[in-house]
Design a binder for this molecule. Structure first.
Ligand SMILES: [Zn+2]
Length: 288
């Protein structure tokens, strides 16, 4: 591991990578798992005391993964952006650090050739459009075709506070937005993987170079407790059943193929290995 606070460099084969923190928030655990999403309060309390040392808050990271491919720099997910008031005034100084972090890592905002979105929730996409203009003017925005179609549909069933920022991003990107499918190599060494459930076009990215591989899981899980409790959902999972199936399948693949995993919302830098443990999985953080 090298780098300053909030900047973590490593590599996957010949692909230099850097995780840049957009910031972090410390919400109560009870905002992630609620009786309404099928997690009874007493079960949450017991799991927190058994597996989290009694901790009742979450360190929610916003870990943006940047990859230097032969076709240029790609940024995977872009954080909440600057001047973010959506989660209340306290959030503003804590997030929106991606571009400062990129500059510290030696990249200007004109460096990225692509921005890849696991999905278009605002904590992943707003960093690319917060000013009303594309933050990375030379980057091609990439998202799954089903993701773009879902948010663009006039009958979209998602809550307004989720749909509005997704539509803003789609509008600001305009014709530059490149819709992709699953199981495609979208940049050299960067493949899309089906992770639908959290949103209809939710996408994982598999980086592969010289026999080394990393699976970037986006919001396939938000918290370590979802590895030991695979059925636990968050209020932001659009299709609850499908998100659980996706989580089980992707974590199973990560464990069986011994893949390095990148998890967007775990504490910085969000890198780790997954191991099978009983009917679920365990998480071992690593430096990459
Ligand atoms: Zn998220």
């Amino acid at each position: 591991m090298t780098g300053r606070q909030g900047i973590h460099r490593f590599s996957v084969g010949d692909l230099p990578c850097v995780v840049i923190s957009d910031g972090r928030l410390e919400p109560p655990l009870s905002e992630f798992f609620t009786p309404a999403t099928g997690v009874p309060e007493h079960e949450l309390r017991e799991a927190a005391s058994r597996e989290e040392g009694g901790r009742t808050t979450v360190t929610c990271g916003y870990n943006c993964l940047c990859v230097e491919t032969p076709a240029g720099l790609a940024v995977i997910d872009t954080g909440l952006g600057k001047r973010f008031f959506g989660y209340g005034p306290d959030a503003t100084p804590l997030v929106g650090r991606l571009t400062d972090g990129l500059a510290e890592a030696g990249f200007s905002t004109s460096a990225p050739a692509a921005v890849l979105f696991t999905h278009l929730h605002e904590d992943h996409s707003r960093g690319a459009v917060w000013s009303g203009e594309p933050t990375f003017p030379h980057a091609t925005p990439v998202a799954h075709a089903a993701e773009v179609a879902f948010w663009s549909d006039v009958a979209c069933p998602a809550p307004r506070d989720q749909r509005r920022p997704a539509l803003d991003a789609i509008r600001i990107f305009g014709e530059r937005l490149r819709p992709v499918e699953y199981d495609a190599e979208i940049l050299p060494g960067v493949h899309t993987v089906d992770a639908a459930g959290h949103t209809p076009g939710h996408t994982a990215f598999l980086l592969e170079s010289r026999g080394e591989r990393l699976l970037c899981l986006g919001d396939s899980f938000h918290h370590r407790l979802q590895l030991s409790h695979l059925g636990w959902r968050t209020p932001w999972d659009h299709d609850a059943e499908r998100s659980v199936l996706s989580r089980r399948r992707l974590l199973g693949r990560a464990a069986d193929e011994n893949l390095l995993v990148h998890a967007y919302h775990l504490p910085f830098p969000g890198l780790g290995l997954v191991r099978r443990h009983g009917d679920g999985f365990g998480w071992r953080p690593v430096d990459g």
